[in-house]
Design a protein around this ligand. Structure first.
Ligand SMILES: COc1cc(O)cc(C/C=C(\C)CC/C=C(\C)CC/C=C(\C)CC/C=C(\C)CC/C=C(\C)CC/C=C(\C)CC/C=C(\C)CC/C=C(\C)CC/C=C(\C)CCC=C(C)C)c1O
Ligand SMILES: C[S@@+](CC[C@H](N)C(=O)[O-])C[C@H]1O[C@@H](n2cnc3c(N)ncnc32)[C@H](O)[C@@H]1O
Length: 327
């Protein structure tokens, strides 16, 4: 059943220890006082720091990655249809809002981490293509005496239809990427898109490479959220933007009750009936409850070095979009 949502940090996200020390008012005590009762308590806290959560289950940090991998390996084939069914299509609106917030311009280099089956990447390509086409049209209208060849060339140059924009989809799960690539092929996305197998905690990219970093419904699944945030900061160019779409804390008591009921009584049942997979959807709803609230996640983003960090809660806080800049 629904566990009370805690806004406290979980697992070892790098701040638990310092918070504990601060709350004890004893900075640096850890190594100097191990024999005392307080020291022993602090040491056992430290031992537990290598534990984390997989939904409501306590697991070792080493175990968590494998368990998360199994979940997405198992849901990959039904992932898109499940999202439409479970959210009644609302997830599409949230993802569109992320793109409107990003407002990419032709030429933007995007890294979409935990990009899965490509929903954010495809929206990005559609958005910049529409922007670029609009710009081209305005330029063509402004020029006099163009030959029909010149006009046709402008419209047919597929390479240029994105104005140099590119999106790199990075995900740790082969099966999710496989479904994404099949979708790209079926929907005719040929240029401006690449798929890379990689871990959000150790991105396979150089420093200062991207204009925008997005992560949608991904960061909740990462073992060390602080490391993923630091990596986001590293790969962004100075002036680059971090954008995260994630489940958050509901701020309306009535919606909260309905939401709990729906999450715990309906979602796993839908998972079982449609995809034959109760456990993965139980993990989904449990992991949502484990994730920090809007304010706490904002602090974590700031701790990673981002500035001008803001967030917007959507649908009564069911999800939130956090934004920050590398300045
Ligand atoms: C394994 O990990 C994962 C697997 C995945 O497939 C996906 C993800 C990551 C997630 C996404 C990419 C997003 C898309 C997926 C979801 C949104 C699924 C997760 C959904 C929730 C945890 C709940 C949020 C659901 C919605 C926003 C849909 C609207 C429904 C509600 C707000 C709850 C409405 C509740 C009631 C009316 C009372 C309870 C009702 C029943 C017990 C009867 C059945 C109810 C319905 C069929 C829904 C009726 C809905 C409405 C009347 C609309 C109400 C709207 C609002 C209050 C805003 C992943 O990590
Ligand atoms: C709920 S899906 C989100 C997919 C997509 N962003 C979307 O919005 O539909 C979560 C994704 O996070 C990926 N993931 C989990 N841990 C990861 C990690 N450490 N590094 C990269 N991707 C990860 C999973 O493989 C999965 O594809």
């Amino acid at each position: 059943m629904a566990a009370p949502r805690s806004c406290a940090l979980w697992g070892n996200c790098g701040r638990g220890w310092s918070r504990l020390m601060r709350s004890c008012g004893l900075p640096g005590l850890r190594s100097s006082w191990p024999g005392s009762p307080l020291g022993a308590r602090l040491l056992s806290q430290e031992k537990r720091a290598s534990e984390t959560h997989f939904g409501f289950e306590t697991v070792s940090e080493e175990e968590k990655g494998g368990k998360v991998y199994q979940v997405f390996e198992s849901v990959a084939k039904n992932y898109d249809v499940m999202n439409d069914m479970m959210s009644l299509g609302i997830h599409r609106i949230w993802k569109d809002l992320l793109l409107w917030k990003m407002h990419p311009f032709p030429g933007t280099q995007l890294l979409d981490v935990a990009g899965g089956t490509g929903d954010i990447a495809f929206r990005f390509l559609n958005y910049v293509q529409a922007q670029h086409r609009g710009r081209q049209k305005r330029q063509l209208r402004a020029r006099q005496n163009l030959s029909w060849e010149e006009i046709a060339r402008q419209y047919q140059n597929e390479e240029d239809s994105l104005g140099g924009s590119h999106v790199m989809v990075c995900d740790i799960n082969k099966e999710m990427l496989k479904v994404g690539k099949q979708k790209a092929q079926a929907q005719g996305y040929k240029t401006g898109l690449a798929w890379v197998l990689g871990d959000a905690e150790e991105l396979p990219f150089d420093d200062d490479k991207f204009d925008v970093y997005t992560i949608a419904f991904g960061i909740r699944n990462v073992t060390h959220v602080d490391r993923a945030l630091q990596e986001a900061h590293r790969v962004l160019k100075p002036g680059g933007r971090f954008l995260c779409l994630e489940f958050s804390q509901v701020n309306n008591p009535l919606v909260s009750r309905l939401y709990d009921l729906y999450s715990f009584q309906v979602i796993p049942v839908l998972g079982e009936v449609i995809a034959g997979d109760w456990k993965s959807y139980q993990y989904l709803v449990e992991s949502i409850r484990r994730f920090p609230c809007q304010e706490e996640f904002k602090e974590m983003i700031e701790d990673a070095g981002f500035q001008k960090v803001t967030y917007e809660s959507l649908t009564s806080g069911i999800v939130a979009i956090h934004s920050g800049f590398k300045l």
